[in-house]
Design a protein around this ligand. Sequence first.
Ligand code: SF4
Length: 223
Amino acid sequence: MAAKGDLLYAWTTDSGLAKKAECGGAVTALLKYALESKMVDAVVAVRKGYDIYDAVPVAITNPSDLDQTAGSLHCGTLLLSTFIKKYLDGAKNMKIGVVVKGCDLMGLLEEAKRNDVDMKNIITIGVNCGGSVNPTVARKMIQAKYGVDPDTVHKEEIDKGQFIIEYEGGHKGISIDELEEEGFGRRSNCRRCKYKVPRQADLACGNWGVIGEKAGKATFVEV
Ligand code: SF4
């Protein structure tokens, strides 16, 4: 049994999920277990909509639908605390598992102070966050700086200080500093953000502590 303060490497044993996931798939696997075991009634997460610029918040009740939320989308600017407050009655009548960035968690804690959400009914899984890019800015940036048609991009990631895209015909990374010097890159609030690892969540997960042969294949978990 894990105890508060434990640091772990974790990964899914589902090979299909591992392929879709960003770093080991442990977050999706944990949420799947929470749904299957009826620990929660629904899981709130984000899935890709029409394309990578369309991040859609979803409340999932069928565990097999969770795979569609695996991986990260950096060109979406959602605040899940607002989604839970407005559309799920602040989790006052149901138990929810939710994947949170630092700003989602801060939003939830503030809403809880106002009695607009019930944190007793919410299990939070925090993920480390390097920032997000306004989808309209992302499209202009990919056209102007990468010389790539934004509609051909099927994957993006932020890694080692670069914004990297994969598109039909190749992949390309440019340093975020360079992009931001030219007015592109992350939103201004993300550049100022000091809450990259949401340690107030029930678990904080991500890729920052994984070294050696497990890098990219395991999720780092702080209990
Ligand atoms: S960098 Fe901070 S403000 Fe920006 S999306 Fe991540 S947690 Fe939210």
